[in-house]
Design a protein around this ligand. Structure first.
Ligand SMILES: Cc1cc2nc3c(=O)[nH]c(=O)nc-3n(C[C@H](O)[C@H](O)[C@H](O)COP(=O)(O)OP(=O)(O)OC[C@H]3O[C@@H](n4cnc5c(N)ncnc54)[C@H](O)[C@@H]3O)c2cc1C
Length: 497
């Protein structure tokens, strides 16, 4: 089945066609693009070794058999085995696949492993009580747009049908020599292949008072439920962090009747995605919607008694707060892997097949570091989980990276941010257009478009993305002049180079 990625929130849809709108963020059909997850190994094939595509039986002969000796699948379903793919030849040894962490990476890994290895024992371990759910939809759940039942990705019955055991337990250590996962309950689970998909946790800066009651983060369904329990009309909430998650959380709580203030340390909102002028426009728009925003402010202390009562900023400003939500980024849960002696930089280091430094252990999702990148986004968890699950069960899939998403939706405001938007030196020029509700910025270097931002009207997003990705000269794109009549000045600049 084909896969489609929502360019706004990263939700992955399976089906012959893209959906008419995104069930997570509501983005329209044109925001979906085909999602290629993996490619197969390009290694030379092993002469005379064939794998059944249905049951994985390995057949050793010059040609494929007429039918599979194990499952009777037709010989056309056999594929050659690749030379470097030692895991395929060890397939007979893979009976027990343990997947640690039941987020999107873990669930996708379990699903793919089941398809690849119909007879293996697959156990999905999670320290969260609930079945796997759409974590990326928690802010809409907080806003009251979706019910809890709608968050779950699969039903209990589905797991039974797939013969995937969901175990609610916390892993405390890994014994790689014995191939055992130790659980907090004192029990242990043995594995032939272990997939680490234990995700990340929110970073809480060491503010004095950060442990007071009423100071929280938003990572799990339980966090969302706890926030909901405190919600009441007029409750004063301070959200620390003006990134995407912080603004989505602020908007959701505001819609529930809370009086919300956002505090951002940088001088403008969404500092990673927007130049300051666009960040300031966004701030004004949010203020019109009833939020209070302070940028360029640093938190000194979360004040109160047992419970938080307010936030003291270094400027001396004091904000009243019944609830403080911290959204200051995430850190991978790599401690188990580090303790077990796997190679860990910021995340667990994996190769293109999602194998860690131990050939029996793979990793995927927020916890994995692939080619130096910690993605920390939903589609990467999906794609890497898919590759890891397949390879854990003897497959030979490859993950070769993911282009960053360029479309953003913040509280119904459309944004597009692509390429280089924070120039590191004077060789890049920035050209800003428009004002008030519609704004755009183009970043040019050596006569090429290297970055672009659209705010309010994102209709030119596709064209700009193509031009940036092409790496060709601006003069080769006369259609840019239609989008930006002022582009003439850019051409002049290019001509003078
Ligand atoms: C509110 C919110 C909104 C988001 N919105 C978006 C968005 O719009 N677009 C986007 O691309 N991304 C978004 N993200 C990020 C995205 O959700 C994550 O990148 C993704 O969920 C990571 O998936 P994962 O499977 O790697 O890890 P996780 O989802 O973190 O799952 C890991 C699981 O492992 C479990 N675990 C950890 N340690 C242990 C242990 N020792 N024993 C047992 N279990 C353990 C955890 O409890 C957890 O259930 C959002 C995140 C949040 C919190």
């Amino acid at each position: 089945m084909k896969k489609w990625k929502c360019e706004v929130c990263g939700y992955i849809h399976s089906g012959d066609a893209s959906p008419s709108s995104c069930p997570i963020c509501g983005a329209e059909e044109d925001c979906f693009s085909p999602f290629e997850i993996t490619s197969e190994h390009k290694d030379p094939v092993v002469t005379g070794l064939w794998r059944c595509g249905v049951c994985n039986y390995l057949h050793s002969a010059a040609e494929t058999p007429a039918i599979c000796l194990v499952c009777s699948a037709t010989g056309s379903l056999f594929a050659p085995v690749h030379a470097l793919d030692s895991s395929v030849r060890q397939l007979d040894d893979i009976h027990r696949i343990v997947i640690l962490g039941a987020g999107i990476a873990g669930l996708t890994a379990a699903t793919e492993a089941r398809q690849q290895a119909p007879h293996a024992d697959i156990t999905l371990v999670s320290r969260e009580e609930s079945l796997p759910y759409y974590r990326l939809n928690l802010t809409r759940f907080l806003a009251g747009d979706v019910e809890e039942e709608e968050l779950y990705m699969q039903s209990r019955q589905w797991f039974e049908e797939q013969r995937i055991v969901c175990l609610s337990a916390e892993a405390t250590s890994l014994d790689r020599e014995q191939r055992i996962v130790h659980l907090r309950s004192g029990e242990e689970i043995g594995y032939d292949r272990l997939v680490l998909t234990n995700g990340s946790h929110p970073f809480i800066p060491p503010f004095p008072g950060a442990t007071r009651d009423g100071v929280t983060v938003l990572r799990t369904l339980e966090d969302a439920r706890a926030i909901q329990r405190r919600l009441a009309k007029g409750i004063q909430v301070v959200c620390i962090g003006g990134g995407l998650l912080g603004l989505e959380t602020a908007g959701a709580l505001s819609r529930q009747g809370a009086v919300v203030t956002v505090v951002e340390g940088f001088s403008s909102l969404l500092p990673r995605q927007l130049p300051p002028r666009a960040g300031n426009l966004l701030q004004k728009r949010l203020e019109v919607q009833g939020l209070t925003v302070f940028c360029g402010e640093t938190v000194q202390e979360l004040v109160g008694d047992e419970s938080v009562r307010g936030v003291l900023l270094e400027s001396g400003r004091r904000l009243a707060a019944d609830l403080v939500v911290i959204t200051a980024g995430v850190r991978p849960n790599s401690y188990l892997a580090r303790l077990a002696g796997l190679t860990v930089h910021r995340g667990i280091v994996v190769d293109d097949r999602m194998f860690s430094s131990d050939p029996s252990v793979l990793a995927a999702g927020d916890v994995a570091e692939h080619r130096g990148t910690l993605y920390g986004i939903w589609p990467a968890g999906y794609a890497q989980g898919s590759v890891a699950g397949r390879n854990a069960a003897g497959g030979s899939a490859v993950f070769s990276g993911l282009a960053p998403s360029t479309r953003i939706k913040v509280l119904d405001i459309d944004l597009f941010s692509c390429g280089l938007i924070h120039p590191e030196d004077a060789s890049t020029s920035m050209h800003e257009f428009g004002k008030d509700d519609v704004y755009s910025a183009l970043f040019c270097r050596d006569g090429q478009l290297v970055g672009a931002v659209l705010y309010g009207d994102t209709s030119g997003a596709g064209t700009l993305k193509d031009i940036i990705e092409s790496g060709r000269q601006l003069s080769e794109f006369p259609e840019l002049a239609d989008l930006f009549p002022q582009i003439v000045s850019l051409h002049r600049e290019k001509a003078s180079l």
